[in-house]
Design a protein around this ligand. Structure first.
Ligand code: FAD
Length: 365
């Protein structure tokens, strides 16, 4: 087996391309976007991802790109401080970094780009698997045959849809929505994430790098016929959820009203009973994630390395895919269980819950 097609040049896709090439395979990566963008939501590289990025020689690059946040401050509706917590970086865990997601993706892409083929501005349109390979058609490139196809194309994976079926069967709404947007100006404090809560709603300003990032995370039931691409509807949902709140929320909503460049989605857990069908498999968010609060980036990096190692360590592809899934599921399962607790801390449901959380933040180390 030599030719592997990876759909998605995100966190998992580029990491996988790097390690497959290192192990002597020929990876091709197809990415829907036209190129790699910078900035974006800050994500953590920690736990099982740390040895992977260190083995790729990327630890220094990631530290250079890291955000400078050392604390998380809770404020009330008038902006008065309630509590302040230190981040892992401030507690001396230098190997764990927080990096804007697109910068992380760009660093991983650069590491993989010299030994893998990248096709930007394209997408898979059909997959025809047979016993020992897959015939693939693209939107733009000519059809090709690959020995293995890997879906690393995120929460709304096209490979998963084509090979496993409609995403409604695999995405489970977790009762939260998230919206983020770049404010185009620096935060007042370059080292602190500021959080403001009302029952069931969180608004925050993250210094990110240079351009502060506003995030809204709020509770809500599943919305009938929710479409993750319907920007106008997303704006309306977020504006309604935050109407009448204090702190800097009115100014953040003004920014939301006037931008078209914001991220919005339902927070979901992806649960796929088996990650592989013949010569097609899934990695990263496409296979298993909690799309927020679940260490998705770190698990995407770790899962990609585990998949590459399993393919290198087995003659039989089916054995390799089983081994990858068995090993990586052990890391994923606890994250999927812990998300409700994390959500309870970050977005308490009631006024009493907000008060209790604030007290805990003041007294806990
Ligand atoms: C607001 C927010 C905050 C987050 N914070 C954190 C955090 O603090 N810590 C953390 O660990 N994780 C965090 N995450 C989660 C993290 O971003 C994801 O888990 C992680 O990016 C998953 O990596 P991935 O490679 O599987 O998918 P992605 O990074 O989503 O990459 C998928 C890639 O596939 C491409 N693609 C999609 N469809 C196609 C297609 N049809 N054809 C070709 N290419 C395609 C996309 O353009 C993208 O490049 C956060 C997520 C969000 C939304």
């Amino acid at each position: 087996m030599t030719d592997v097609l990876i759909s998605g040049a995100g966190i998992a896709g580029s990491t996988l391309a790097y390690w497959l090439a290192r192990n002597g395979l020929r990876p091709t990566v197809v990415e829907r976007a036209q190129g790699m963008r910078s900035s974006g939501n800050p994500v953590d590289v920690r736990g099982p991802a740390v040895p992977v990025v260190e083995a790729m020689g990327l630890a220094d690059r990631l530290r250079e790109a890291a955000t400078a946040t050392t604390s998380i401050g809770l404020v009330d509706a008038d902006g008065r401080p309630i509590a302040r917590m230190r981040t892992p970086a401030a507690r001396g865990r230098r190997s764990e970094v927080e990096v804007p997601r697109s910068d992380l993706a760009a660093i991983l892409y650069k590491a993989a780009s010299s030994d893998a083929e990248f096709l930007f501005d394209d997408t898979i349109t059909s997959l025809r698997p047979d016993g020992d390979g897959v015939e693939v058609e693209f939107d733009r490139a000519a059809p090709r045959r690959f020995d293995l196809v890997v879906g690393a194309d995120g929460l709304h994976s096209t490979v998963r849809r084509l090979a496993f079926g409609a995403e409604a069967a695999y995405l489970h709404h977790l009762g939260l929505y998230v919206a983020t947007l770049a404010l185009g100006r620096p935060a007042e404090r370059g080292d602190e994430v500021v959080l403001f809560n009302a029952p069931g709603r969180l608004a925050s300003i993250h210094p990110a790098r240079g351009s502060a990032l506003a995030a809204f995370i709020f509770r809500g039931p599943p919305i009938a016929d929710f479409d993750y691409r319907d920007t106008a509807r997303h704006r309306q949902i977020a504006l309604e959820a935050y109407a009448g709140l204090g702190w800097q929320v009115p100014a953040l909503l003004d920014a939301l009203r006037t931008t078209d460049d914001f991220y919005f989605d339902a927070v979901s857990a992806v649960r796929v009973p088996s990650w592989s069908r013949g010569r097609i498999t899934l990695v990263g968010d496409a296979a298993s994630c909690v799309s927020l609060l679940g260490d998705g980036s770190s698990l995407a990096i770790a899962g990609a390395r585990t998949l590459a190692d399993a393919l290198a360590g087995h003659h039989d592809v089916a054995d390799a895919l089983r081994d990858y899934e068995r090993r990586h599921r052990k890391l994923v399962a606890p994250k999927q269980r812990n998300v409700r607790m994390a959500a309870g801390f970050l977005v308490p449901k009631t006024r009493l819950g907000v008060g209790t959380r604030n007290l805990a933040a003041r007294v806990l180390p």
